[in-house]
Design a protein around this ligand. Structure first.
Ligand SMILES: Nc1ncnc2c1ncn2[C@@H]1O[C@H](COP(=O)(O)OP(=O)(O)OP(=O)(O)O)[C@@H](O)[C@H]1O
Length: 921
């Protein structure tokens, strides 16, 4: 019957059988793969009672080596720029943890045997830490290396690593401790050219259940139980041992075993180990130390990858079967350990202890460590399978190296501190390593033969189903030995017990005083706690009220959130609309920019056109000025010509008037001569006189007629001249007017074109409108100034010209008028004086005739003479009257002609003045 550690039975026989079974098992000859030496790794793992120890090591003890390794930031941490909470001093082997509490920062420094920072490589760790361990193990020591730390901090990465071998047979840089150790082991064994046997086991401890990861298949997997040999040595029953001959075989086994592990995904690790795994390599090396004397070195490496140390709920594990330890309920533990455990783990009162998982399993090693560190006497190895398996490694005969893994991240600060605390405490655990038993070949062979016999008999008995067969002499031997042992044990135990009890009593006394003191403290604390509780209750009440308020607020908030959501939807649609509008605006802006570009080009072309127009305008003005100058010159020439013609006409008129005067003077003279001759020869020449008078009268009439015709001609010529002058002036004025009109129209059209163009521009270009407006205003101003100047200039010129013309015309008219008036006056006075002289002559002739009539008083003669005189008188009278009438008519006609000409001249003059006034206005 097997004795489980949890079993309370201590039946002697059972123990013997059990031990026998253990011995059988440990010394069973491994024939499966033809090994040279009988051995069992499990035996060597947990028992080394036959070992030869180094006296110094055994006496003083060797501290557990504690290595600290920190993993680098994950990609997520790098992305989130997570701050680091841990710094390293690899030279001093120190780790500094920085913690912020409000405004304060506290630092805690931990010192370890070796510290590997986030930049460390797998090879560095292996070369500096594990390689010496492997060498030491090859000397015959048992070694346990276990990785401990929070999930995702790199335990599996450190122990197993990632990747395999490269093409040139070297390890990938991420390969971990186990494959490298395997290779070093085989390389050394090969190089020593020794006979050796290597065997491996690979187990998983999950939920207090041990699983053989190397079992051929799931069905043939047997439950593995832990067994003790009564002396503290533990072995696993039913465990498959695989004998290996090369490193590659081990890699294969590792792969196979790893694939079977219980894993789950956590928030910090996608492939998190939910179990503890123990990979063990046990080896025996046969060494020939001298002729014929052979020794066998037995060494062993236990490579343990523990499950994540942290609070699993916090890590977000899925499908997690684990709960947390309820240390208060564990009555088997001393109070001190319980309270410490409570600090480390969360409690779930619903779970029974039996159902507790890995976290509880991890709590036990901590308790073991605490007990070992505090030297409290009782070390609770038996509380869990893990601590039972690690018994020899924590305070036992196995050398131990703990690789504590931590994360840099500030988010893992709490777990990092726990790990560092735990690792730091573990540093002070002392083991008492012993080198393993070295046996000669002959002794081993003898033992093996005995074992074979015993096994054969056992087998026989089993087949016969007669119970377990023990040979008689062996039975007697063992019984006797047992009796002796019992006595010895009883005696020793008795004495020891006595001593222990004494010690226990003193300890108890000490503890009692301590406990009563603590009880007092606790009572005080209880009182304070009660006070605190009442305060808490008050606070709870307040909190409840606040919760109600908050609920109400939340309801309101939900309502407003709903409206906000609706509003958000509306806004969203509005935003979409706005976006489309904005995009259309952008298109418009683009279009506008395009137009502006076009406008710019238009402005530029307009500037060019404007410049061209201005140039043309300038040319037109220049040509118009030249034209006007030419016209003025022409007018001047015309005026000069007309003045010359006028002078000529005047000269002609003067000559004619002189001729008329001469004719009149000649006629008067002739008349005087005739009168004289008449008076001398009054009677004889009366007839001649009559004839001469008649002749002269007719000649006078003819003369007057010719004079009046000539005067009429002169007046006609004068009138024609005036008409010509008027016409030439009118045509000149018309030309002038037309050219002015053209110039004015050109200017007007140019200005209107400019204005229109600027108006149309102002509509199109809103942004450049100011510039354009300014330019337009400036241009307008300049143009209007120019136009004004031009108009002023043209008007001034016109005015000056018209004034000059009017002056010239007025002068010429006045001169003409004066000339005509003087001529007319002269003619009038001449005619008047002539008429008067004629009248005087006639009256003189009348007086002479009457006196002649008086002198000849003869009736006949006086009657004839009277008749002749009266006849002559009548004829002269008639002739004079005719001449006078003709003269009068000529005078009237001439006067009327002159006045009408003068009137026409006045009208033309007033017309010119009106035109000049109109132009001036
Ligand atoms: N020192 C390191 N350098 C580079 N990558 C690392 C390091 N340590 C860990 N990692 C990476 O972090 C991830 C988690 O590591 P690992 O699975 O070894 O953590 P663990 O402590 O074994 O977690 P669990 O307890 O959940 O099994 C892996 O992808 C691994 O590659």
């Amino acid at each position: 019957m097997e004795v489980d550690s949890n079993s309370t039975s201590n039946n002697h026989k059972e123990r013997v059988v059990n031990r026998a079974s253990f011995m059988d098992n440990t010394k069973s000859y491994q024939q499966r793969r033809g090994s040279l030496v009988p051995f069992s790794p499990t035996q060597i793992l947990w028992s080394s009672e036959n070992g030869i120890c180094n006296k110094d090591d055994k006496d003083k003890g060797v501290n557990v080596q504690v290595i600290l390794r920190c993993r680098p930031f994950s990609d997520d941490d790098v992305r989130a720029k997570t701050p680091a909470a841990v710094t390293f001093n690899e030279d001093k082997q120190e780790v500094i943890v920085t913690q912020s509490m409000g405004n304060k920062q506290s630092e805690k420094t931990f010192c370890f045997d070796k510290v590997f920072g986030p930049g460390s490589k797998q090879k560095d760790l292996y070369d500096q830490v594990v390689s010496p361990i492997v060498k030491d193990a090859l000397e015959g020591y048992n070694w346990t290396i276990f990785a401990y730390g929070q999930t995702g901090t790199g335990k599996t990465y450190t122990m197993e690593g990632e990747g395999g071998k490269t093409k040139n047979g070297e390890f990938h840089e991420d390969v971990g401790v186990i494959p490298r150790a395997v290779e070093q082991l085989f390389n050394t064994l090969e190089s020593q050219n020794a006979d050796y046997t290597v065997k491996v086991t690979y187990i998983e401890l999950y939920n207090e259940e041990i699983t053989d990861l190397l079992a051929p298949d799931e069905k043939s997997k047997k439950p593995i139980s832990l067994m003790e040999d009564g002396k503290g040595a533990v072995f696993m029953r039913g465990l498959e041992e695989e004998r290996v001959t090369s490193a590659d075989e081990i890699y294969h086994i590792l792969e196979k075993g790893s694939a079977r592990k219980h894993t789950a995904e956590t928030l910090v690790n996608t492939l998190s180990n939910r179990s503890h795994s123990l990979f063990t390599i046990a080896f025996q090396i046969k060494e020939n130390i001298s002729d014929g004397v052979e020794i066998i070195k037995c060494g062993k490496l236990n490579l343990v990858d523990l499950a994540g140390s942290e609070n699993i709920l916090r890590s977000g594990a899925r499908e997690c079967k684990f709960v947390y330890i309820r240390s208060q309920s564990d009555s088997s533990l001393p109070d001190r350990v319980q309270s410490r455990s409570t600090l480390w783990f969360h409690i779930d009162a619903r779970e029974e202890q039996g159902k507790l998982g890995d976290q509880q399993e991890l709590a036990y090693p901590r308790r073991v460590i605490n007990a070992l560190v505090d030297s409290s006497g009782h070390v609770p190895y038996r509380d869990s399978k893990l601590t039972r398996l690690l018994r020899d490694s924590l305070g036992g005969k196995t050398k131990t190296c703990i690789i504590a893994t931590v994360s840099l991240s500030v988010h893992s600060l709490e777990e990092t501190q726990n790990t560092l605390d735990y690792a730091y405490r573990a540093k002070s655990i002392k083991n008492r390593p012993e080198i393993n038993h070295k046996v000669t070949k002959s002794v081993a062979v003898k033992e093996l033969y005995t074992e074979i016999d015993s096994l054969k008999q056992e087998l026989y008995a089993t087949r016969e189903k007669n119970g377990i067969y023990i040979p008689h002499d062996r039975y007697l031997r063992e019984e006797a030995a047992k009796k002796v042992n019992l006595h010895i044990i009883f005696f020793v135990l008795h004495n020891k017990e006595l001593l222990n009890l004494q010690e226990l009593f003193f300890n108890q006394q000490k503890m009692t005083t301590q406990l009563s003191q603590r009880l007092e403290d606790t009572k005080r604390e209880l009182l304070e706690s009660k006070k605190y509780e009442s305060k808490l209750k008050d606070k709870l009440k307040q909190a409840n009220e606040m919760t109600k308020e908050k609920d109400y607020l939340i309801l309101n908030l939900l309502g407003s959130e709903k409206t906000l959501t609706e509003r958000a939807v509306e806004l969203h649609s509005e935003l979409e609309n706005a976006t489309s509008e904005v995009s259309s605006m952008f298109t418009k802006i683009e279009h506008k920019n395009h137009i502006e570009e076009g406008n710019k080009m238009l402005i530029q072309s307009f500037q060019t056109i404007l410049a061209q127009h201005l140039e043309v305008l300038h040319k037109i003005i220049v040509s118009s000025v030249a034209h006007q100058e030419q016209q003025l010159n022409e007018i001047e020439e015309h005026m000069k010509l007309s003045i010359t013609e006028q002078d000529k006409a005047n000269e002609e008129l003067r000559i004619r008037a002189k001729k008329i005067k001469d004719v009149f003077t000649g006629g008067i003279k002739t008349l005087a001569e005739i009168a004289t001759e008449y008076s001398a020869h009054s009677e004889t020449t009366f007839g001649n006189l009559n004839n001469a008078v008649v002749e002269h009268s007719s000649a006078l009439t003819e003369l007057i007629r010719e004079a009046s015709v000539k005067v009429g001609d002169i007046l006609n010529d004068l009138h024609c001249n005036l008409n010509d002058q008027g016409q030439s002036i009118t045509s000149l004025w018309q030309q002038q007017h037309e050219s002015q009109l053209r110039a004015y129209q050109t200017t007007q059209s140019a200005s209107s074109v400019t204005v229109n163009f600027f108006k149309s521009l102002s509509k199109d270009i809103f942004i450049v409108i100011q510039m354009v407006e300014e330019a337009r205003t400036i241009y307008d101003q300049k143009l209007s100034e120019f136009q004004k100047k031009f108009e002023d200039y043209a008007d001034g010129e016109d005015k000056q010209l018209l004034n000059k013309m009017a002056e010239l015309l007025a002068n010429s008219n006045a001169k003409k008028k004066q000339l005509v008036q003087t001529e007319v006056d002269d003619i009038r006075s001449y005619i008047g004086s002539k008429s008067y002289a004629l009248h005087n002559k006639m009256s003189n002739m009348h007086t002479f005739t009457s006196s002649t009539n008086d002198e000849f008083t003869m009736e006949e003669s006086s009657r004839i003479s009277k008749q002749i005189t009266e006849k002559a008188y009548r004829i002269c009278g008639f002739k004079l009257k005719d001449a006078f009438d003709t003269n009068q008519r000529v005078y009237t006609r001439f006067s009327s002609m002159t006045s009408s000409t003068l009137q026409e001249l006045d009208i033309a003059h007033s017309g010119s003045l009106t035109f000049i006034e109109y132009k001036t206005c």
